[in-house]
Write a protein that binds this ligand. Structure first.
Ligand SMILES: [Zn+2]
Length: 75
């Protein structure tokens, strides 16, 4: 496993996004919507996210923020 390397990459990505997104680099995925921009994901997008590994980084197609999956994501 390269968990530490992944975390460093993720942190760098988060910092970059935070700078370009007005201080919010990540958004919770709730009720099938991006918490950052409010985009509602299509069933195809949701099933693609569902198929990703739980430690994989999912990004919003609309605002590029890191989507954080929660129990309320609607997946
Ligand atoms: Zn978004």
């Amino acid at each position: 496993m390269t968990a530490s390397g992944l975390a460093a990459d993720l942190l760098a990505l988060y910092d970059k996004l935070r700078d370009s997104k007005g201080g919010v680099g990540a958004a919770a995925l709730r009720q099938r919507r991006c918490g950052g921009c409010g985009l509602e994901l299509s069933p195809a997008d949701l099933s693609a996210i569902r198929a990703r590994a739980s430690d994989d980084v999912v990004r919003c197609e609309e605002c590029s923020r890191i989507l954080v999956r929660t129990a309320e994501s609607g997946l």
